[in-house]
Design a protein around this ligand. Structure first.
Ligand code: ATP
Length: 588
């Protein structure tokens, strides 16, 4: 398939944000796509090469891309940098530069989607000392044969700046229309995606086998399932209103969620955002398969750091010590953990997601052999507020952050946040009503004791509608010397020459970061703001929302991607909730 077809579609898609138009453009693109290329097209649309859980990252830095453009065009690096800083992104700058070049070159060979994809794949796999030079060689050879428009999109994919604003749902709508003629079949595609987390595979299946193939889609070992999530509630009373007569309550442990895929001795661990995390937990890899009394299983658990002497749960950030590549054995012995199981999704070759909560819990208790290292999350059945209150107190005293409440007769709904699971956290009773998970987008250099680190950070929410990161506050409190140091280590490799176009902020930070890192923040209230961009024009014209007295809680949410951060809609609902509470108080 000629790559120019894809590049032309990308150009059209960039010119609109309207979901219906994007769907139509995708349908047209899919209709021109041969079946054997469809999965590649679906990954490339999302700026990826494979599903996230395979961990294949292009990871090309701006500087390297600029060198490749220079090599291919013969134009000096400085000139390319100047063009880049003038405006637009690097893809656009390269198109302008290469436009000048093609006026003097006549040898342009058509490039195919397959060639672009294979080359990008090779680049992603390169490692070792000579990898930089090899990357430049591969990129410039592609650029040599690309026209300026094609080149600009190759660079955008390489740099991770391709932003077509196409949500997964839109891709599924278009696949349903293109391959079954009926948008309603989207629901079936959604199920297939929820159990496989692989949109390329879903696309290939419907292209090759039609809707029948999609209906047969099954849970597969070592292919992570999109996690079921919970709605938040603020009080025991709300729980009773929403949960009905009798329900299960479990401790909400403050650790890292893990999905364990086990077959005999083989085991793989996936995080909440479905990344492979097995290398951080060699103790789980070694011990857990021996404790499972089943041929194979997919289970969910919360990994929690513990105090070895007392057995008490320790806060989430203790697990951060495990996030290292080297000397992991040392971290394993210094920072012990327990694995606390709460669900089973697959067992002995059978999908368990259709079983109800009680059946799954029973099965779970039958297949895991409990001991000091592997436990079941404490659970009880409850009917009224007093029972919830009592279990809540116990859970807090044991060092957990609250309760999870689960309906007894409901299946495991992969990939959905709904009312079948609720969460009641301790923080929900604090000033703002909740903590927020925000994306670090900019930094300001510290003074005094904080010299050499970022003393203050600029934070954003995630706006799902525009796929951007609007700023919400600057935060400079809540940091310890250790956390400042740790944040500097994580953030400094993420600095960019220019602000990523997805960051929506009027502030001038000292440095800009790729919007990737998520941290947890508490604040005293949400106020109207003329500067910040969250919910701009939603409550009042030319005004956004901001956090008052924000404070870092110490939690770096490594398991969350930037797109999992708190959204504008959540901030608006907290803002409205807070105003309602203030109003109610005045009435008393
Ligand atoms: P949060 O920011 O509250 O951790 P989240 O967005 O990560 O929320 P939610 O579905 O809202 O995910 O909350 C559930 C999270 O709580 C899970 O992702 C898991 O890590 C954790 N957890 C702790 N105990 C349990 C439990 N008993 N059952 C399910 N999840 C639990």
């Amino acid at each position: 398939m000629e790559y120019s077809i894809l590049a032309d579609s990308f150009e059209k898609m960039e010119s609109t944000r309207k979901r219906l138009e994007l769907t139509q453009m995708l349908v047209e693109l899919f209709e021109k796509t041969p079946q054997e290329v469809i999965s590649k097209i679906v990954y490339l649309i999302q700026g990826k090469l494979r599903p996230d859980f395979e961990g294949i990252e292009l990871g090309v830095a701006e500087k390297l891309a600029i060198r490749a453009v220079s090599k291919s065009s013969g134009i000096a690096i400085k000139k390319i940098e100047d063009e880049y800083t003038k405006g637009g992104d690097l893809g656009h700058a390269a198109a302008v530069i290469l436009e000048q070049k093609t006026q003097t070159t006549f040898l342009v060979e058509n490039i195919t989607v397959e060639r672009v994809y294979e080359t990008l794949f090779k680049i992603a796999k390169l490692e070792g000392s000579r990898s930089q030079d090899m990357k430049i060689k591969y990129i410039s050879s592609l650029l040599n044969d690309a026209n300026p428009l094609e080149a600009s999109f190759i660079l955008k994919i390489l740099l991770g700046t391709l932003r077509l604003g196409i949500a997964e749902n839109t891709v599924m709508d278009a696949l349903a229309i293109a391959y079954s003629g009926n948008k309603e079949n989207r629901k079936l595609l959604q199920n297939a995606y929820n159990v496989s987390s692989d949109l390329g595979k879903v696309a290939e299946t419907i292209a090759l086998e039609g809707i029948q193939g999609i209906e047969k889609f099954k849970v597969n070992l070592f292919n992570p399932i999109r996690p079921m999530l919970a709605d938040r509630v603020k009080s025991e009373k709300e729980v009773i209103e929403k949960m009905g007569e009798e329900f299960a309550i479990e401790y909400k442990l403050d650790g890292e969620r893990v999905q364990l895929h086990i077959e005999g001795d083989k085991i793989e661990l996936f995080s909440r955002s479905l990344e492979k995390i097995s290398s951080y937990y060699p103790d789980i890899i070694e011990k857990i398969p021996k404790m499972v009394k089943a041929e194979d299983a997919i289970m969910e658990a919360e990994i929690v750091a513990i105090n070895e002497n007392t057995g008490d749960f320790l806060p989430f950030q203790e697990l951060m010590h495990r996030r290292r590549k080297y000397k992991i054995e040392k971290a394993v012995s210094e920072y012990p953990i327990t694995v606390n199981f709460f669900d089973v999704l697959y067992c002995n070759g059978k999908d368990c997601t259709d079983l109800n909560y009680i059946e799954r819990r029973r099965k779970l208790e039958n297949i895991v052999q409990e001991n000091e290292f592997a436990k079941f999350i404490p659970m009880t059945l409850a009917k009224n507020e007093n029972e919830i209150e009592e279990f809540f107190e116990n859970s807090i005293n044991a060092g957990s952050e609250g309760l999870m409440l689960k309906m007894l007769d409901k299946p495991y709904q992969a990939g959905s946040r709904g009312s079948h699971w609720l969460k009641l956290k301790r923080e929900y009773r604090n000033e703002l009503g909740d903590s927020l998970d925000l994306v670090v987008v900019g930094g300001f250099f510290g003074k005094g004791r904080r010299t050499g680190s970022y003393g203050t950070l600029l934070l954003s929410t995630y706006d799902e509608n525009t796929d951007t990161f609007p700023s919400i506050c600057k935060v400079g409190t809540g940091f310890t010397d250790e956390s400042l140091d740790q944040l500097y280590q994580i953030l400094s490799p993420k600095t960019t020459i220019k602000k990523n176009p997805r960051i929506n902020s009027e502030m001038d930070a000292d440095v800009w970061f790729e919007p990737e890192l998520v941290i947890e923040i508490v604040a005293s209230e949400i106020t109207l703001s003329p500067i910040h961009k969250v919910a701009r024009d939603e409550i009042r014209k030319d005004t956004g929302l901001a956090l008052r007295f924000p404070k870092f809680t110490g939690k770096i949410r490594v398991e969350k991607m930037a797109e999992d951060a708190s959204t504008d809609d959540e901030v608006i609902s907290l803002y409205k909730g807070q105003n309602k509470a203030a109003h109610d108080k005045n009435l008393i």
